[in-house]
Design a protein around this ligand. Structure first.
Ligand code: MN
Length: 231
């Protein structure tokens, strides 16, 4: 069998202190997982079942990269997030077993074309073009669980040009990482290389050309993204 087109090279993310990289399968993202952010988005925080959306695997961007300001938006936002990396797949994973499926953790930025997302939300349409556009997922090198354990508290913080815009604690997550993994695995079979972006705290806001955006999570380092001119 031949292939009509060259197959896409599997997107990968870096691993701290390693030449090896993680092949990315899918990027799951959870919506409204910090109460204060749910409120700033005009929604009541609650324990209704969480909802998820996806970004394409090839939306990943290296730490330190400059990305062009994306097209078709006037309101391009940052979102600081903790990222969990699935290392062992499974279906119907029990909460009590869920952390056994995590290979490591990283710092990420759920870049968002907020105007497109909110318009889609109002119209009851999918979020893909607001959330899953090119270069919408900067992810810093992954720290293995063997080195950092499973962070359940500690600061998460984001600055733009050195000014603090988001600051919260991982303990404030509405849905914990074991809960998110268990819930997702009852809907889809999780696979090694799946990433889960675990939601952003309050304080989301716009990025402009020339901005330097730095996300930091306690114990996991930083993820820096610079916004370049429109391509
Ligand atoms: Mn997000």
């Amino acid at each position: 069998m031949g292939l009509i087109f060259e197959p896409v090279v599997t997107p990968t993310v870096a691993v701290v202190d390693s030449e090896d990289r993680i092949p990315v399968r899918r990027i799951f993202c959870i919506g409204r997982n910090y109460a204060a952010h749910a409120r700033e988005m005009g929604k009541d925080p609650d324990r209704d079942p969480p909802f998820f959306f996806l970004k394409p695997a090839d939306a990943v961007v290296e730490d330190g990269a400059t990305i062009p300001y994306p097209p078709q938006t006037e309101n391009f936002h940052y979102e600081a997030e903790l990222v969990a990396v699935i290392g062992k797949g499974g279906v119907d994973i029990a909460e009590a077993d869920a952390l056994d499926h995590v290979w490591g953790y990283a710092v990420g930025n759920d870049l968002t074309r907020r105007d497109l997302q909110l318009k889609a939300r109002e119209q009851g349409r999918p979020w893909d073009l607001g959330k899953g556009f090119d270069r919408s997922a900067p992810i810093a090198p992954v720290h293995p669980v063997s080195k950092v354990g499973h962070p359940s508290k500690g600061f998460i913080k984001l600055t733009v040009n050195g000014e603090v815009k988001q600051e919260a604690d991982l303990a404030e997550l509405i849905w914990s990482i074991p809960e998110m993994i268990s819930i997702l695995s009852h809907s889809m079979e999780l696979m090694p290389g799946d990433l889960i972006m675990t939601g952003t705290p309050a304080g989301v806001g716009p990025l402009a050309v020339g901005d330097v955006c730095v996300v930091e999570v306690e114990g996991l380092g930083t993820c820096t993204t610079t916004i370049g001119p429109k391509a």
